[in-house]
Structures are given as structure tokens and as C-alpha cells.
Design a protein around this ligand. Structure first.
Ligand code: PMP
Length: 356
């Protein structure tokens, strides 16, 4: 039987996608060729790319609104520098909200390009909340934030209204909840949570914000070059892109973001209710900022860890160990994780309480 997979990423994807992928490795589209051995310029793959790029915009409600979807290499980490490369002007400045390890990774890269203002940070509290009531200078080239903090289990529930471009790292909650995505000018996400396997990064960018830096941008790092080449400036990562297309098709079949959001909320409510009720556990993120994707929690008495670990492993749960910077446990409940997996985890938490 398959494990209940709480891995933070790479992570669970829909089982039917794994089955379709297995077939495509042996015989793609009835071509008697593997998806791994055909040209990225073949009609079959070009149509995968076109459909995937269009479906991203459709699911996010951004069709016909001046956005382009790109599938790039280099992970979300490369976007940490592509964003300032493409948006920070000569003698310009950028603003960042520091909500965790990944946000501070993005800040570190931006500093190589120019003045980088951190408008607020929750670092002093080990990133257990999202800073509020900060001011963003209106003369900055853009504002950057991280919608969901994978490691610390916090999530932005609202975003500032600004008259400068808003850039958002949505690596760990893209396609999981409804937002007005047109409020963002650039969204990026490593695929390996809600979209596909590692190896491809999604960038959704409003074209009108590009081409304004007055600087030369190396071709591979230039969003405009990738747009001009329809996301095939060089050989794209064909397999992760195909896997992403299948996952997005699966999401559409579920009813899209609105439908999956309801399920994601039900899963998160079930788990957080138990974390709050069960006297053996406590959550590590402040309640109002808790993530519906990554729930972080600890045992009040570490002495129960051995028993708890044995119980969840015996129940077929995998990937529950917390990140070293928070400790305890992290339950990542991405789109493909079924509600039943959360029921099993909650059952194990109750079982621990009954044993002690
Ligand atoms: N941003 C966030 C929110 C992440 O969770 C991660 C990795 N899990 C990254 C950025 C870095 O992504 P990558 O490993 O694809 O570079």
C-alpha cells in the first residue's frame, strides 16, 4: 500500500499522473517512442508546452490580461537573481518582506544588484508569524514577498496594495487557494510541490513590467528572451513540463483552484483542530498566519517522541519529520494529499494521547 506522503517537496503528486507518466516513458501519445527520446521541437512536445503554458494562465484566471507563463530551469533559487536582474533599474532599489529562509535567500541575491530594503522581518521570532503594518517605499522598482513559508508553516493571508510591481514566490502554495492573481506582476514557483517533479520552475509575468532596467541581461536570464522563444530558448526540461501539464489537467478535472481550496481547507482544519485540542501537541506558527499547506507542530514533552514516531511510521506515514530550523513535525498537505491521509495522522495523534 502507498504511504501517506507528507513530504515537503518534492512531494506527493496525483497517483493517476504517475500512471500516465509511466506509460509516456514507454510509449508517448501512441508514437512508439518514449517522451524522453523525442525532440523538444517535435509537434507532440510543442503542443505539450503550448497547452501547459495556456493552462497555467487559465487556472490562475490570467488569460488575456497581458501575462506570459514560462517554464524555466534553475529552480526557484535562480529566480532569486533573475527577478532583480530583470526588474531592478540602474541606481534603483527593491523592497523585500523577510518571512523565512527562502525570503532571506531572495534578499541575499537582490543585494548583488542594488539597494535592497527589507521592509519588515519576523526573523527575531524564528519566523513564527507574518509581519504586518509595514510601509513600502513607493519609489522602489518592486516589492517581493513569499506567499507561503514552507519551513516555518506560515502563509500570507493578505497582500499589500501597492502602486509598484508585486513579485511573489509562490513555490509552496501555487494552485492551492484562490487569490486575485492579477494583483501580482510576477509570480514564480519551483514545480516540486503542487505542480510537478523537481527540474522546472514556473514564472508568470506581466509583460509590461519588463525591459525597463536599461541594463544588459544575459540571454538565459532574460525573461524577454524566454518569452520571445516561447519558453524554448534552450532545450526545456521536457519530462517535468509534461508531468506539470498532467498535474494541471488533473487539477482542472477536480474543479480547479476553487474546488481544491475547499479540500485543502478541510484537511488543514482537521489537523489544526487536533493540534489545538490534543494536550500533547502545540503548533509553532501563530494561529492567524498558519499555512494550509505546511502545518508545523511540536510535542510539549519531547520524551514522547520515540513512541509517536513509532506510531506514525507504523500507520504508513512518511515525511513528517520537521525541518531542522523548527524541529518537531511538519505535515505538508499539498493538493494531491487525500483527506484520508490527514484522518490517519489525526488518528495516530489521538492514539498517542490514549497510550500516555
Ligand atoms: N521558495 C520556497 C517557498 C521554497 O519552498 C523553496 C524550496 N522548497 C524554494 C524557494 C527553493 O526552491 P528550489 O529548490 O526550486 O530552488
Amino acid at each position: 500500500m502507498k504511504k501517506h506522503n507528507y513530504s515537503a517537496g518534492p512531494c506527493i503528486l496525483p497517483q493517476e499522473v504517475f500512471e500516465q507518466l509511466a506509460k509516456a516513458i514507454l510509449n508517448f501519445n501512441g508514437m512508439d517512442l518514449s517522451i524522453l527520446e523525442i525532440s523538444h521541437r517535435s509537434a507532440a512536445f510543442v503542443s505539450v508546452m503550448e497547452e501547459a503554458r495556456a493552462l497555467v494562465l487559465e487556472l490562475l484566471g490570467l488569460e488575456g490580461k497581458g501575462y506570459q507563463a514560462l517554464f524555466l530551469h534553475g529552480g526557484a533559487s535562480l529566480e532569486f537573481l533573475m527577478v532583480p536582474y530583470n526588474l531592478m533599474r540602474e541606481n534603483g532599489k527593491a523592497t523585500y518582506l523577510d518571512t523565512g529562509t527562502w525570503a532571506s535567500g531572495a534578499i541575499k541575491e537582490a543585494k548583488h544588484f542594488g539597494e535592497t530594503i527589507v521592509v519588515a522581518s519576523s526573523k527575531a521570532d524564528n519566523y513564527n508569524h507574518i509581519p504586518k503594518n509595514y510601509e513600502v517605499p513607493t519609489d522602489a522598482n518592486y516589492f517581493h514577498c513569499t506567499s507561503n513559508n514552507t519551513i516555518f508553516g506560515t502563509q500570507m493571508k493578505s497582500f499589500p496594495e501597492l502602486n509598484i510591481p508585486i513579485v511573489c514566490d509562490m513555490s509552496s502554495d501555487i494552485f492551492s487557494r484562490s487569490l486575485d492573481f492579477s494583483k501580482f506582476d510576477l509570480i514564480y514557483a519551483g514545480a516540486q510541490k503542487n505542480m510537478g517533479p523537481a527540474g522546472v520552475t514556473l514564472v508568470v509575468v506581466k509583460e509590461e513590467i519588463l525591459g525597463k532596467t536599461g541594463k544588459h541581461i544575459p540571454s538565459m536570464l532574460d525573461y524577454q528572451q524566454h518569452i520571445a522563444k516561447e519558453s524554448m530558448y534552450n532545450t526545456p526540461p521536457v519530462f517535468p513540463i509534461y508531468a506539470s501539464l498532467l498535474t494541471l489537467q488533473w487539477l482542472k478535472k477536480q474543479g480547479g483552484i476553487k474546488a481544491i481550496e475547499k479540500i485543502n481547507e478541510a484537511k488543514a482544519n482537521l489537523l489544526y483542530t487536533e493540534i489545538d485540542r490534543n494536550p500533547l501537541f502545540r503548533g509553532t506558527a501563530v494561529t492567524e498566519d498558519r499555512s494550509i499547506m505546511n502545518a508545523t507542530f511540536v510535542l510539549n514533552d519531547e520524551g514522547h517522541a520515540e513512541t509517536f514516531d513509532k506510531l506514525w511510521k507504523a500507520a504508513g506515514i512518511s515525511g513528517l519529520t520537521g525541518h531542522r530550523s523548527v524541529g518537531g513535525y511538519r505535515a505538508s498537505m499539498y493538493n494531491a494529499l487525500p483527506l484520508e491521509s490527514v484522518q490517519v495522522l489525526v488518528g495516530v495523534m489521538k492514539e498517542l494521547e490514549n497510550k500516555i
